[in-house]
Design a protein around this ligand. Structure first.
Ligand SMILES: [Zn+2]
Length: 307
Protein backbone atom coordinates (compact mmCIF):
# COMPACT_ATOMS: atom_id res chain seq x y z
CA UNK A 1 0.00 0.00 0.00
CA UNK A 2 2.86 2.37 0.85
CA UNK A 3 4.47 1.53 -2.52
CA UNK A 4 1.22 2.30 -4.30
CA UNK A 5 1.11 5.70 -2.58
CA UNK A 6 4.71 6.41 -3.70
CA UNK A 7 3.72 5.59 -7.30
CA UNK A 8 0.63 7.82 -7.02
CA UNK A 9 2.79 10.72 -5.85
CA UNK A 10 5.10 10.45 -8.87
CA UNK A 11 2.18 10.13 -11.29
CA UNK A 12 0.22 13.06 -9.83
CA UNK A 13 3.27 15.30 -9.63
CA UNK A 14 3.95 14.69 -13.34
CA UNK A 15 0.32 15.45 -14.31
CA UNK A 16 0.18 18.70 -12.30
CA UNK A 17 3.56 19.79 -13.62
CA UNK A 18 2.56 19.08 -17.25
CA UNK A 19 -0.73 21.04 -17.15
CA UNK A 20 -0.34 23.98 -19.61
CA UNK A 21 -3.74 25.61 -19.16
CA UNK A 22 -6.57 25.88 -16.65
CA UNK A 23 -8.66 23.03 -18.02
CA UNK A 24 -5.71 20.61 -18.06
CA UNK A 25 -4.84 21.58 -14.47
CA UNK A 26 -8.43 21.08 -13.33
CA UNK A 27 -8.52 17.69 -15.00
CA UNK A 28 -5.34 16.66 -13.15
CA UNK A 29 -6.76 17.91 -9.85
CA UNK A 30 -10.02 15.96 -10.23
CA UNK A 31 -8.12 12.84 -11.25
CA UNK A 32 -5.63 12.85 -8.38
CA UNK A 33 -7.32 14.83 -5.59
CA UNK A 34 -11.03 14.60 -6.40
CA UNK A 35 -13.72 12.65 -4.60
CA UNK A 36 -13.33 9.65 -6.90
CA UNK A 37 -9.50 9.70 -6.95
CA UNK A 38 -7.53 6.69 -5.82
CA UNK A 39 -6.06 8.68 -2.95
CA UNK A 40 -9.49 9.58 -1.60
CA UNK A 41 -10.55 5.91 -1.87
CA UNK A 42 -7.49 4.88 0.16
CA UNK A 43 -8.21 7.49 2.85
CA UNK A 44 -11.84 6.31 3.06
CA UNK A 45 -10.73 2.68 3.40
CA UNK A 46 -8.39 3.34 6.35
CA UNK A 47 -11.09 2.32 8.85
CA UNK A 48 -11.07 -1.22 7.48
CA UNK A 49 -7.33 -1.70 8.03
CA UNK A 50 -5.66 -3.20 11.07
CA UNK A 51 -4.55 -0.72 13.73
CA UNK A 52 -0.85 -0.99 12.79
CA UNK A 53 -1.48 -0.61 9.07
CA UNK A 54 -3.93 2.23 9.64
CA UNK A 55 -1.22 4.24 11.47
CA UNK A 56 1.48 3.90 8.79
CA UNK A 57 -0.73 4.06 5.69
CA UNK A 58 -2.82 6.89 7.18
CA UNK A 59 0.26 9.00 7.90
CA UNK A 60 1.66 8.44 4.38
CA UNK A 61 -1.66 9.06 2.64
CA UNK A 62 -2.33 12.28 4.54
CA UNK A 63 1.19 13.52 3.80
CA UNK A 64 0.62 12.71 0.11
CA UNK A 65 -2.60 14.71 0.06
CA UNK A 66 -0.85 17.74 1.54
CA UNK A 67 2.00 17.38 -0.96
CA UNK A 68 -0.37 17.16 -3.93
CA UNK A 69 -2.40 20.13 -2.71
CA UNK A 70 0.82 22.14 -2.53
CA UNK A 71 1.82 21.00 -6.04
CA UNK A 72 -1.60 22.01 -7.28
CA UNK A 73 -1.33 25.50 -5.77
CA UNK A 74 2.14 25.94 -7.26
CA UNK A 75 0.98 24.84 -10.71
CA UNK A 76 -1.95 27.25 -10.55
CA UNK A 77 0.37 30.07 -9.51
CA UNK A 78 2.62 29.35 -12.50
CA UNK A 79 -0.31 29.48 -14.94
CA UNK A 80 -1.61 32.76 -13.51
CA UNK A 81 1.83 34.36 -13.69
CA UNK A 82 2.44 33.22 -17.24
CA UNK A 83 0.52 35.94 -19.17
CA UNK A 84 2.24 38.70 -17.21
CA UNK A 85 5.62 37.17 -17.98
CA UNK A 86 4.69 36.95 -21.66
CA UNK A 87 3.57 40.58 -21.76
CA UNK A 88 7.01 41.65 -20.58
CA UNK A 89 8.79 39.69 -23.29
CA UNK A 90 9.83 42.45 -25.71
CA UNK A 91 11.18 39.91 -28.21
CA UNK A 92 7.65 38.63 -29.05
CA UNK A 93 6.24 39.61 -32.45
CA UNK A 94 3.63 42.41 -32.41
CA UNK A 95 -0.11 41.78 -32.46
CA UNK A 96 -1.56 41.23 -35.92
CA UNK A 97 -3.84 43.99 -37.20
CA UNK A 98 -6.67 42.47 -39.26
CA UNK A 99 -6.26 43.42 -42.92
CA UNK A 100 -9.06 44.12 -45.42
CA UNK A 101 -9.16 42.85 -48.97
CA UNK A 102 -8.96 44.42 -52.39
CA UNK A 103 -12.18 46.05 -53.60
CA UNK A 104 -14.24 43.75 -55.86
CA UNK A 105 -13.88 46.12 -58.82
CA UNK A 106 -10.10 46.14 -58.36
CA UNK A 107 -10.08 42.33 -58.22
CA UNK A 108 -12.06 42.07 -61.47
CA UNK A 109 -9.85 44.66 -63.20
CA UNK A 110 -6.78 42.74 -62.05
CA UNK A 111 -8.11 39.53 -63.65
CA UNK A 112 -8.94 41.36 -66.89
CA UNK A 113 -5.48 42.99 -67.04
CA UNK A 114 -3.79 39.64 -66.59
CA UNK A 115 -5.72 38.06 -69.47
CA UNK A 116 -5.16 40.94 -71.93
CA UNK A 117 -1.56 41.60 -70.96
CA UNK A 118 -1.01 37.89 -71.69
CA UNK A 119 -2.33 38.52 -75.24
CA UNK A 120 0.10 41.42 -75.77
CA UNK A 121 -2.20 44.35 -74.94
CA UNK A 122 -0.84 47.34 -73.02
CA UNK A 123 -2.67 49.42 -70.44
CA UNK A 124 -3.73 52.99 -71.39
CA UNK A 125 -5.49 55.71 -69.45
CA UNK A 126 -7.11 59.05 -70.21
CA UNK A 127 -8.82 61.92 -68.40
CA UNK A 128 -12.38 61.67 -67.01
CA UNK A 129 -12.99 65.30 -68.04
CA UNK A 130 -12.90 65.39 -71.84
CA UNK A 131 -13.40 67.81 -74.67
CA UNK A 132 -16.06 67.42 -77.32
CA UNK A 133 -13.61 66.29 -80.00
CA UNK A 134 -12.19 63.30 -78.08
CA UNK A 135 -15.54 62.15 -76.72
CA UNK A 136 -17.66 62.71 -79.86
CA UNK A 137 -16.17 64.49 -82.88
CA UNK A 138 -13.20 62.24 -83.64
CA UNK A 139 -15.37 59.15 -82.97
CA UNK A 140 -17.48 59.83 -86.06
CA UNK A 141 -20.11 61.76 -84.09
CA UNK A 142 -19.89 65.31 -85.46
CA UNK A 143 -22.04 68.05 -84.01
CA UNK A 144 -25.73 67.33 -84.61
CA UNK A 145 -25.13 63.56 -84.94
CA UNK A 146 -28.21 61.75 -83.58
CA UNK A 147 -26.06 59.32 -81.52
CA UNK A 148 -25.09 62.22 -79.25
CA UNK A 149 -28.68 62.32 -78.05
CA UNK A 150 -28.55 58.69 -76.84
CA UNK A 151 -26.21 59.59 -73.99
CA UNK A 152 -27.48 62.19 -71.57
CA UNK A 153 -24.16 63.95 -71.15
CA UNK A 154 -22.91 65.95 -68.16
CA UNK A 155 -21.52 69.17 -69.65
CA UNK A 156 -19.14 71.32 -67.60
CA UNK A 157 -18.86 73.93 -70.39
CA UNK A 158 -20.34 73.84 -73.91
CA UNK A 159 -17.28 71.94 -75.21
CA UNK A 160 -16.09 70.27 -71.98
CA UNK A 161 -17.83 67.26 -70.47
CA UNK A 162 -17.49 64.16 -68.31
CA UNK A 163 -16.61 61.41 -70.79
CA UNK A 164 -19.64 59.29 -71.67
CA UNK A 165 -17.43 56.29 -72.60
CA UNK A 166 -13.79 55.26 -72.46
CA UNK A 167 -13.65 55.33 -76.29
CA UNK A 168 -12.18 58.83 -75.93
CA UNK A 169 -8.94 57.14 -74.84
CA UNK A 170 -8.73 55.38 -78.25
CA UNK A 171 -8.46 58.81 -79.86
CA UNK A 172 -5.84 60.05 -77.40
CA UNK A 173 -3.69 56.94 -77.87
CA UNK A 174 -3.91 57.01 -81.69
CA UNK A 175 -3.10 60.75 -81.75
CA UNK A 176 0.11 60.16 -79.82
CA UNK A 177 1.19 56.73 -81.19
CA UNK A 178 1.83 55.36 -84.65
CA UNK A 179 0.30 51.95 -85.41
CA UNK A 180 0.42 49.12 -84.53
CA UNK A 181 -1.64 49.84 -81.40
CA UNK A 182 -2.85 47.23 -78.98
CA UNK A 183 -4.34 48.64 -75.77
CA UNK A 184 -6.98 48.11 -73.15
CA UNK A 185 -8.29 51.03 -71.16
CA UNK A 186 -10.33 50.53 -68.01
CA UNK A 187 -11.96 53.58 -66.48
CA UNK A 188 -15.04 55.42 -65.29
CA UNK A 189 -17.65 56.90 -67.61
CA UNK A 190 -20.56 59.21 -66.82
CA UNK A 191 -24.11 59.55 -68.10
CA UNK A 192 -27.09 61.28 -66.56
CA UNK A 193 -29.00 58.05 -65.88
CA UNK A 194 -31.70 57.50 -63.28
CA UNK A 195 -30.15 55.18 -60.69
CA UNK A 196 -31.64 51.69 -60.40
CA UNK A 197 -30.39 48.13 -59.92
CA UNK A 198 -28.66 48.05 -63.33
CA UNK A 199 -27.98 51.75 -64.06
CA UNK A 200 -25.79 54.40 -62.49
CA UNK A 201 -24.61 57.84 -63.54
CA UNK A 202 -21.02 56.76 -62.94
CA UNK A 203 -20.01 53.33 -64.21
CA UNK A 204 -16.92 51.34 -65.13
CA UNK A 205 -16.01 50.51 -68.70
CA UNK A 206 -13.28 48.49 -70.30
CA UNK A 207 -12.17 49.64 -73.73
CA UNK A 208 -9.99 47.70 -76.12
CA UNK A 209 -8.35 48.75 -79.41
CA UNK A 210 -6.20 46.84 -81.85
CA UNK A 211 -4.85 48.51 -85.01
CA UNK A 212 -2.45 46.94 -87.47
CA UNK A 213 -2.28 45.88 -91.12
CA UNK A 214 -4.77 43.18 -92.10
CA UNK A 215 -6.69 43.07 -88.83
CA UNK A 216 -10.00 41.33 -89.57
CA UNK A 217 -13.32 40.52 -87.94
CA UNK A 218 -11.90 37.04 -87.30
CA UNK A 219 -9.20 38.60 -85.08
CA UNK A 220 -11.90 40.44 -83.14
CA UNK A 221 -13.93 37.26 -82.66
CA UNK A 222 -10.86 35.22 -81.69
CA UNK A 223 -9.66 37.81 -79.16
CA UNK A 224 -13.05 38.18 -77.47
CA UNK A 225 -13.69 34.43 -77.54
CA UNK A 226 -10.39 33.85 -75.76
CA UNK A 227 -11.02 36.63 -73.23
CA UNK A 228 -14.61 35.63 -72.39
CA UNK A 229 -13.72 31.95 -71.98
CA UNK A 230 -10.79 32.76 -69.72
CA UNK A 231 -12.85 35.20 -67.69
CA UNK A 232 -16.21 33.39 -67.44
CA UNK A 233 -14.97 29.80 -67.89
CA UNK A 234 -14.06 27.48 -70.80
CA UNK A 235 -17.67 26.29 -71.21
CA UNK A 236 -18.92 29.82 -71.93
CA UNK A 237 -21.15 30.01 -75.04
CA UNK A 238 -21.08 33.30 -76.92
CA UNK A 239 -22.75 34.82 -79.94
CA UNK A 240 -22.26 37.92 -82.06
CA UNK A 241 -25.13 39.83 -83.59
CA UNK A 242 -25.19 43.03 -85.70
CA UNK A 243 -25.40 46.30 -83.80
CA UNK A 244 -24.74 49.97 -84.42
CA UNK A 245 -22.09 52.22 -82.88
CA UNK A 246 -21.02 55.32 -84.86
CA UNK A 247 -17.29 54.65 -84.47
CA UNK A 248 -17.28 51.08 -85.87
CA UNK A 249 -18.42 49.47 -89.13
CA UNK A 250 -19.62 46.77 -89.00
CA UNK A 251 -20.67 46.83 -85.34
CA UNK A 252 -21.64 43.89 -83.17
CA UNK A 253 -23.03 43.16 -79.79
CA UNK A 254 -21.54 40.20 -77.97
CA UNK A 255 -23.64 38.05 -75.67
CA UNK A 256 -22.87 35.07 -73.47
CA UNK A 257 -25.27 32.36 -72.36
CA UNK A 258 -26.57 33.44 -68.92
CA UNK A 259 -24.40 31.72 -66.31
CA UNK A 260 -27.04 32.14 -63.60
CA UNK A 261 -29.82 30.13 -65.24
CA UNK A 262 -27.93 28.30 -68.02
CA UNK A 263 -30.13 30.03 -70.63
CA UNK A 264 -33.56 29.12 -69.21
CA UNK A 265 -34.35 32.75 -68.42
CA UNK A 266 -34.10 34.40 -64.99
CA UNK A 267 -34.28 37.79 -63.30
CA UNK A 268 -30.66 38.54 -64.25
CA UNK A 269 -30.87 37.92 -68.01
CA UNK A 270 -34.50 39.09 -68.14
CA UNK A 271 -37.65 37.55 -69.65
CA UNK A 272 -37.05 38.89 -73.20
CA UNK A 273 -33.37 37.97 -73.62
CA UNK A 274 -33.87 34.29 -74.36
CA UNK A 275 -31.23 33.48 -71.73
CA UNK A 276 -28.44 35.63 -73.18
CA UNK A 277 -26.50 38.40 -71.41
CA UNK A 278 -25.06 41.27 -73.42
CA UNK A 279 -21.48 41.77 -72.21
CA UNK A 280 -19.71 43.76 -74.94
CA UNK A 281 -20.15 46.10 -77.85
CA UNK A 282 -17.56 45.74 -80.59
CA UNK A 283 -16.74 46.27 -84.23
CA UNK A 284 -14.18 47.21 -86.89
CA UNK A 285 -12.85 50.77 -86.46
CA UNK A 286 -14.69 53.19 -88.78
CA UNK A 287 -12.49 54.77 -91.49
CA UNK A 288 -13.64 58.24 -90.34
CA UNK A 289 -12.08 57.58 -86.92
CA UNK A 290 -8.75 56.72 -88.58
CA UNK A 291 -8.96 59.88 -90.69
CA UNK A 292 -9.63 61.98 -87.57
CA UNK A 293 -6.37 60.84 -85.95
CA UNK A 294 -4.27 60.91 -89.14
CA UNK A 295 -4.10 57.15 -89.81
CA UNK A 296 -4.45 56.06 -93.46
CA UNK A 297 -7.66 53.93 -93.58
CA UNK A 298 -6.45 52.31 -96.80
CA UNK A 299 -3.44 50.86 -95.00
CA UNK A 300 -4.58 50.29 -91.39
CA UNK A 301 -7.46 48.24 -90.09
CA UNK A 302 -8.47 47.60 -86.53
CA UNK A 303 -11.10 46.51 -84.09
CA UNK A 304 -12.44 48.07 -80.91
CA UNK A 305 -14.60 46.74 -78.12
CA UNK A 306 -16.04 48.03 -74.88
CA UNK A 307 -17.66 46.36 -71.93
ZN1 LIG B 1 -30.46 33.98 -66.67
Amino acid sequence: MIERLDALEAEAARALEAARDESALEEARVRHLGRKSELTQILRGLKDLSAAERASVGARANRLRETLERFYEEARGRLEAAPAALARDVTLPGRCVPRGHEHLISQVLGEIHTIFLGMGFALAEGPDVEDDRHNFGALNMPEGHPARATTDTFYLRPDVLLRTHTSSVQIRVMESHKPPVRIICPGRAYRNEAVDATHHFEFHQLEGLYVDEDVSLADLKGTLDRFLKEFFGPETELRFSPSYFPFVEPGAQVEIRCFFCGGKGCSVCGPLSGGWLEVLGAGMVHPNVFRAVGYDPERWTGFAFAA
